[in-house]
Unconditional design. Structure first.
Length: 215
């Protein structure tokens, strides 16, 4: 797991019996992602201040980005507004994860107000659980910053291998890309693109930490 789980006495199924996903004991269990029935849910605590989103670890997060047929478009996460990234759409959040995530499942995002003014709000990520009998999954891709030519992609069958293997495979894809400057050099325009980086800052090498500040 990217974030170490904080233990509580009760099992997660018991904690979620009342569906209070915002209860502090439950949030600690959902810091990464958790499979719950037919969904995958993650809950983050972030400060929303003057239209800025501030992560307690990563600092200020820019707007989310999606790669569409019309180019890159930004997505703003606003309080009490449900937004969706349709399955198959490359997307990323600068300073949060340094790759384009392509999920076969739709991803929904909902920000809920903090329990009190000045406290961190709740940012929910909700995805449908993929059918285990399918080949569906997700991939981590890199596109040239200048001309958007695809440079690198690794696919992971999350429907079959689950969330646990996701993190190891994701980091392996990042290190493969970072380990070969030829992969980062665009064959179309020649631009040498910056290093990729993982969602979890703990996994950053010094060079990846520098790239996180760059893009």
């Amino acid at each position: 797991m990217y974030y170490a789980e904080l233990s509580v006495a009760e099992p997660i199924d018991k904690l979620l019996g009342d569906w209070d996903l915002l209860e502090e004991r439950v949030i600690k269990k959902l810091a990464a992602f958790k499979e719950l029935n037919d969904q995958i849910i993650g809950v983050r605590r972030r400060l929303f201040e003057n239209d800025a989103v501030i992560d307690p670890v990563k600092g200020k997060l820019p707007e989310g980005l999606e790669l569409t047929p019309n180019g890159i478009v930004s997505t703003k996460y606003e309080m009490l507004t449900l937004t969706m990234t349709v399955g198959g759409t490359p997307h990323r959040v600068p300073n949060s994860f340094g790759y384009w995530h392509i999920n076969d499942a739709d991803e929904m995002y909902l920000t809920l107000p903090p329990p009190a003014p000045g406290e961190n709000a709740y940012f929910l990520v909700i995805m449908g659980l993929l059918d285990e009998s399918s080949n569906a999954g997700e991939s981590w891709a890199q596109y040239c910053q200048i001309c958007l030519t695809m440079l690198h992609e690794r696919y992971y069958k999350s429907s079959q291998f689950g969330l646990e293997g996701h993190y190891k495979a994701n980091l392996a894809a990042i290190r493969e890309y970072n380990g070969d400057v030829c992969l980062r050099t665009c064959p179309e325009c020649g631009h040498v693109n910056p290093l990729a980086y993982a969602w979890n800052t703990v996994k950053d090498t010094p060079e990846e930490a520098a790239a996180r500040k760059e893009w």
